[in-house]
Design a protein around this ligand. Sequence first.
Ligand code: GAL
Length: 353
Amino acid sequence: MKKTLALLLAAVMMLALLTACGGGDKPADTTGGGQQQTQEPAGTPEPAPEAPAEAGTIGVCIYQFTDAFMTTYRNALQEILEGKGYKVSTADGANDQAKQNEQINTFITQGVDALIINPVMTSAADQIIATVQAAGIPTVLINREPTPEQMAVYDKLVYVGCDARQSGTMQGELILDTPNKGDINGDGKISYIMVQGDPENVDAQYRTEYSVKALTDAGMEVEELNLTRGDWMRERGQEIVANDLAQFADQIEVVFCNNDDMAIGALQSIQAADRKVNEDIYLVGVDALDAALNEVKNGNMTGTVLNDAVGQATAAVEQMELLLGGKTYASGEQSVYVDYVKVTPDNVDDFMG
Ligand code: GAL
């Protein structure tokens, strides 16, 4: 009897010790203090088998559901979160910041456990951060990066995205890797048009700048024939490139598109003008949408750059769970980056489903 009691006491003490050591509710911080990190692109997420049925409720705000890349991203987020047992509510900001602000407030009133927000406007970051901070909601911002100073005011906030400079540089490299380095007519300079995303967004600014910088850094002379904003949309890409081809015709050697959806639109106009990609014109995008991968594969796009939606969604959920576990972030260490990857006909099969 005495022995049984002693055993029982020992078991209880062991349990208490384990809980005190963090075997309880707080997950360990495995990210090295939330510093700027680069995460390897991740494969298709596996639902965690041990996840409880109701892990919590998560509000996901997307700037605009009609955006092709953000649709892939949103679906990945939903799949990962639901696979882990979270209840997910997604809201379409419809490219309207006032509308998104209301959606954030509604989620807060409903008592969500955490928010994942793709802001409509980067310039609204201060307001968004003040709102989630006042409510004390752990928040992961995605896709549109605020400045470190803006994020520093709230320690339960982290940004997950990519460094857009990298994607711009890779676009330039795709052109430098062509047999004539983009100078199809051999006049000593690369003449290009730039189809830009929403210029309020750092992705559009950096891709525009760094794609051309890669060319000039390699000692190439460049000539910008036109730069037009296409707001990430396929129809705008098509319209812009149709107009530019009508105006500049054979002068255009390279079409830089800040994303794939605009590049697919551009391709329609290139084909309508009887031009042939990789023969008399080059065309590059970013994102690696399925449609673009097909066009790279069959030679109708020079290349694209993988914007890893699954990798970013995986990292966003990881960071969200760290926040839910009580992690806080030091200022200047609130950005987590996932790498871009260059996609050419040589490796395109690796990215096709
Ligand atoms: C970019 C992406 C674009 C568009 C944009 C929205 O990263 O390449 O296609 O989705 O985000 O902010």
